[in-house]
Design a protein around this ligand. Structure first.
Ligand code: JFZ
Length: 444
């Protein structure tokens, strides 16, 4: 894995692994990426046998917090007894998300569909006794929500996969190439099952870091998936042979370079269900992070972790519903917009209508009234509080009539029009947004 090296900020290199540069040409995939660019919000679901004991998904045995046998014994406790896929899809819809991504198989090798390759599936090895994915994919599609498949390339349980525990491996590929070929057939076979059964709108690969693009046969895999469905979208964790970048958990400080990107983030501190983890992000935190992502031209994929019986813990439902309320109210400032103006013009996130004649300002926190925009070389025709309808006036400060440098725009936002999480202002401009980026002074 490549690491960022920033002069004078060495500590960063430990906390910010960087994905391999995307190898796809943006021009060639532009059309199929449009729904993704407009979608803004997705819900990620980590569901698996790890919810039985409520321990780290796969990593708990890999990191030797628990033996592999004890980890696998969780299969006996996975019931899906209260699983309601329609209710899941309805909750995704209510959050405002346009897509969902669910774990089809994590690094532990347990499939949530009925794979014919082994007995390690919810269908054959657990009391749930069924493929739990099919009804969810169906329910999503009924709700008109795009359906994505998380798929771990690496499989620490498969006997012919080299990696196992953090300090032990089964073999080296260079020494046993045939054994590796057997694994390649296995994982590509399972992938083909997922492909033909669910025809995912999006593939969310993971676990690529243990092997090279050549070892994974990344170009072959990409071709298999896009031959089957030319419109399927592939995340960047196929050793760079994907369509978009996936920074994780912590928002990147600068805009990611690749055209499309998605921030995936847990709703507490863990991906799967863990009862002791009550460090829930508040609706305010989730909303401000989301606004930051779309302001920088990206999406947010917010993760939830259902229990083994298929119920979604109440605090997770609460965050999704509050987010949904806010999304509904501010729909036009979010969906169908593009990333906003560069940082420095406004202390907060912004988005733009696609023709860039409307600028949306997301007011961070409880602004006590005064908002300022600088370097905006446009006439403001009209200012409205989104989802509220109140019209606001503005004042231009520091404009010298004969200088090309625009003045500062001050907008007063009364307390009674403010949203409980983030207030959004709609600025109708006289023409596409034009920014002054100079140094000031007489010559502009
Ligand atoms: C992976 C998984 O190992 C984890 O269990 C979870 O499913 C998550 C969504 O993805 O974890 C990663 C993968 C990549 C990075 C960090 C954690 N990374 O690039 O920083």
């Amino acid at each position: 894995m490549k690491r960022i090296v920033v002069a004078g900020a060495m500590a960063l290199s430990f906390i910010m692994p960087v994905q391999a540069q995307q190898k796809t040409n943006p021009e060639e995939i532009k059309q199929k990426m449009q729904w993704f660019a407009d979608a803004k919000l997705g819900i990620f679901i980590h569901w698996g046998i790890y919810a039985v004991k409520g321990i780290d998904e796969s990593w708990s045995f890999h990191n030797k917090k628990i033996s592999h046998a004890d980890y696998m014994a969780q299969m006996k406790g996975f019931t899906a007894s209260k699983y309601d896929p329609q209710a899941w899809a309805a909750l995704v819809k209510e959050s405002g998300a346009r897509y969902a991504v669910i774990t089809t198989k994590h690094h532990d090798g347990v499939a949530l569909w009925d794979t014919k390759f082994n007995k390690l599936s919810t269908a054959r090895g657990t009391p749930a006794k069924r493929d739990v994915l099919t009804p969810f994919f169906d329910a999503l599609r009924k709700e008109n929500i795009k359906a994505g498949a998380y798929f771990s390339l690496l499989d620490w349980t498969y006997p012919d996969y080299p990696g196992f525990l953090k300090d032990s491996t089964r073999y080296k590929i260079s020494e046993q190439p045939k054994r590796w070929a057997k694994f390649q057939q296995f994982y590509q076979g399972q992938m083909a099952e997922v492909m033909t059964r669910f025809n995912p709108d999006l593939w969310w690969f993971d676990g690529d870091w243990e092997h090279s693009a050549d070892e994974w046969q990344a170009t072959k895999v990409r071709k298999m998936l896009t031959d089957h469905n030319p419109n399927t979208i592939i995340n960047g964790r196929l050793t760079g042979y994907g369509d978009y970048d996936t920074p994780e958990q912590n928002f990147p400080v600068q805009r990611p370079q690749f055209h499309w990107w998605e921030l995936c983030m847990t709703i507490n501190n863990n991906w799967g269900y863990q009862p002791q983890d009550t460090n829930w992000k508040t609706p305010y935190e989730v909303i401000t992070i989301f606004a930051d992502a779309i302001s920088n031209g990206g999406n947010m994929l917010l993760d939830i972790g259902p229990k083994e019986d298929g119920t979604i813990p109440e605090p997770q439902v609460h965050v999704l519903k509050e987010l949904g309320k806010w999304n509904k109210k501010h729909d036009k400032a979010i969906f169908g917009t593009v990333g906003g103006i560069p940082q420095g013009h406004f202390y907060g996130p912004t988005t733009l209508s696609k023709d860039s004649t409307t600028l949306y300002l997301f007011l961070p926190g409880n602004v006590s009234g005064k908002v300022m925009v600088k370097g905006l070389d446009n006439k403001i025709e009209d200012i409205t509080v989104v989802g509220n309808g109140a019209k606001l006036s503005h004042k231009i400060v520091g404009k010298i009539s004969w200088s090309p440098v625009p003045g500062l725009v001050y907008i007063t936002v009364p307390a009674n029009v403010q949203d409980e999480y983030m207030t959004v202002l709609e600025l109708k401009l006289d023409k596409p947004v034009k920014l002054y980026r100079g140094k000031g002074g007489l010559n502009g």
